[in-house]
Write a protein that binds this ligand. Sequence first.
Ligand code: PLP
Length: 402
Amino acid sequence: MNEKIQKKTKILPFGKPIISETVVEKIADVLRSGQLVHGKKTQAFEEAFAMMIGARYAVSVSSCTAGLHLALMALDIGPGDRVAVPSMTHVSTAHVVELVGGTPVFIDCDATSGNMSVSDLRDKARGLKACIAMHYIGLPADMDGISRLAQEFDFAVIEDVATALGATYGGKNVGKLARCGVFSFYPVKHMTTIEGGMVTTDDPALADTIRKTRAFGYDKALGERALPGQYGVDALGLNYRMSEIEAVIGLAQLEQVAEFLQIRARNWKILHDVLSGLKYIRCLPDHLGKAQGSYYCMNVIVQSSRPRMRDLIGQQLKARGIGYSLHYPGPVPLFAYYQGKYHYTPTHFPVACDLADRTLSLPVGPHLQEADMEYLGMCVRAIVEDIAGSASHGENIVSLDV
Ligand SMILES: *Cc1c(COP(=O)(O)O)cnc(C)c1O
């Protein structure tokens, strides 16, 4: 790239949480109060979150991973149980199955959306005890198809909603589409509590079990004890609680999250306009059938037979200070831990492997202004055209628009 462009470089990170100044005071208040866990902030955050999703219960946890682990425990998933998980997901979705001693059954992707392929799920549905449906970069999975199979083959469905807060399916909020939904508040997700997560459900028994298991399996919560320290333990449990500090950050984020979601949608559309008509890349859809996504990022798929074109684009973006990410760097079953344990090869997950090689995730978060999005889009255009222009003659570059 020429020097003029280099000089204009602005740094655009992939994600940057927006924390309002007023939160700093609220955190100080919590610190001064001495009540750092088990307090009113956590309860208020749970109630407000349940209200926003329209779920009967919301149980705060220390991370989405913790919430998924608790959900599997509460559904009595254990050694030998088979649990379907997408191949293109955060490794957390599969790790929790291993943690309870179950066997993850990896499902290949649908090429249009990147979500779990319902036809591959059907092929592997016999003997499943559960399925974790994850909404890939914010676009809800085919929940009708998954739910139909769940009924036919009698398995439970959990939603991994880590990257899909605010998305809807048939007009219904994600987090309400299965037995429970598990959200992440990691800093680059739609809203943050630093670390943190939330389980939403309409099932009172499931909510109770998860609440109890997140706190050691005590038979009495702090407020239910006749005398201090008087509790029994009648179940196995963990310490997966959220602190009052995290809850107070979450409460403040809830006041801004509607605006965050609007900015993400706006940013995605600006970028989509700037990139439209550009050969060599296609964008994954922001809506599909009954699914309306919530713009976690813009996933572009590089349509070129040129080896590593995606990585060449990535190098140039990095050189210009533009943050991007990969969702995901590879299909989970081909990460060394799973590959070594279950001996998978790329032929088992052809669509996921192809997607992993070609995908590149561009930022659309609320830390980016309209002008940033236009700049980002123009940079991507220039980089792609430059690389394609220098491509050897006779190369087969295909252009597909979804
Ligand atoms: C981020 C993420 C997780 C893990 O969330 P934590 O809160 O960091 O545990 C799980 N699943 C998916 C799909 C994610 O994107």
